[in-house]
Design a protein around this ligand. Structure first.
Ligand code: AMP
Ligand code: MG
Length: 328
């Protein structure tokens, strides 16, 4: 066990020094907390996989503090449509996949010849990457297949003693991971719904292809079926007659969906805003997951906007058993 240092924004320089020297440090972004390592340092990136117990076939997103930092990481020009999305949504919760250059180690991309890139819109993340002086590869700072952390406490719950440090700067605003879109297919393809919706993207670049939540594709690795999972079975949109309410919990979108008889019920968005539901989703899964319940019953959201991203996480969290992991 190593000692995990807790950094505050006043000690960002120290956190950056740990990263520059090949250490691994978790930090907040506007989506979820990431676990960072200098992206061009193969040994540091390997430590991220080890700490998370993440399988080597699940590639990482490389974070930059400004757009010029991506140029050495990619091969060829940035496609025009990708540039348009960057103009509109960077910095922000949108990850763009492009062909990679040789300086990106294979361990980052799981051997693919493409690299995932994002400029986060969080002052701490931006400043930490700038101070580190290198792009920072950072997957979500959770143990593999578990719920992504939206606070430093949630990071420490899973990774205390396994990582060099965590920058503790409050809760993440968006609360679910970035949208992932690839420009390495004949038509731009959305691989993961997230903070930026399909409609927002299509309003800028026209129609795109969207991969379904539980659909498989060889150029879209790391989409484990069972993901974001609480430690007990979870069921979606079941009729009340099929629910066993003893020692079970409920997660609903709005208060009118709450069913009587559950001792534990969390309403994700009392005001009916799907963005509020996204913000609260992972802490709800963590809270109910920590009680030792026999089951969680959840209700999906309307599919539009960020609702699609919340539903994607709910579907993966409710792939019960571990059979989904072997289908990678
Ligand atoms: P995380 O940072 O934990 O939210 O996970 C990053 C996710 O981005 C991975 O699980 C993949 O689904 C996706 N990803 C990263 N790099 C690539 C890539 N080169 N090609 C396709 N998907 C990628
Ligand atoms: Mg993740």
């Amino acid at each position: 066990m190593k000692q995990t240092i807790i950094f505050k924004k006043e000690s960002l320089n120290d956190a950056a020094a740990v990263l520059s020297k090949g250490g691994i440090v978790a930090f907040p972004t506007e989506t979820v907390y990431g676990l960072g390592a200098v992206a061009t340092n193969k040994d540091a990136v390997t430590k991220v996989f080890d700490a998370k117990m993440r399988p080597s076939f699940d590639p990482l997103i490389v974070h930059v503090y400004d757009r010029s930092q991506i140029l050495p990481l990619i091969s060829g020009e940035i496609p025009e449509l990708a540039l348009k999305l960057m103009d509109e949504f960077w910095p922000g919760p949108l990850t763009i996949i492009l062909p990679k250059s040789d300086i990106v180690p294979d361990v980052v991309t799981s051997g693919l010849d493409t690299v995932a890139l994002r400029q986060p819109n969080h002052p701490i993340a931006q400043e930490l990457i700038r101070l580190t002086g290198h792009p920072v590869a950072a997957p979500s700072a959770n143990l593999f297949s578990r719920t992504s952390p939206t606070s430093a406490a949630a990071v420490l719950d899973m990774l205390d003693g396994r990582i060099d440090g965590v920058v503790d700067e409050g809760e993440c605003e968006i609360g679910i991971e970035s949208t992932v879109i690839t420009f390495c297919e004949p038509v731009p393809t959305l691989l993961r719904p997230g903070g930026i919706s399909r409609a927002q993207i299509e309003s800028i670049i026209g129609s795109i292809v969207v991969l379904g939540s539980l659909e498989k594709k060889s150029s879209a690795p790391g989409r484990s079926l069972r993901h974001y999972a609480p430690p007990c079975p979870m069921y979606l949109d079941l009729p009340e007659s099929k629910m066993d309410k003893s020692n079970a919990g409920q997660i609903c979108f709005t208060a009118d969906q709450a069913i009587e008889g559950f001792e534990h019920c969390i309403v994700l968005a009392p005001n009916g805003d799907p963005r509020e539901a996204a913000h609260n989703l992972y802490s709800a899964l963590r809270t109910l997951g920590a009680i030792g319940l026999t089951a969680i019953y959840a209700v999906t959201l309307p599919e539009d906007g960020v609702g699609a991203a919340v539903n994607d996480r709910l579907r993966r969290a409710s792939v019960n058993g571990f059979e989904g992991m072997s289908q990678e």
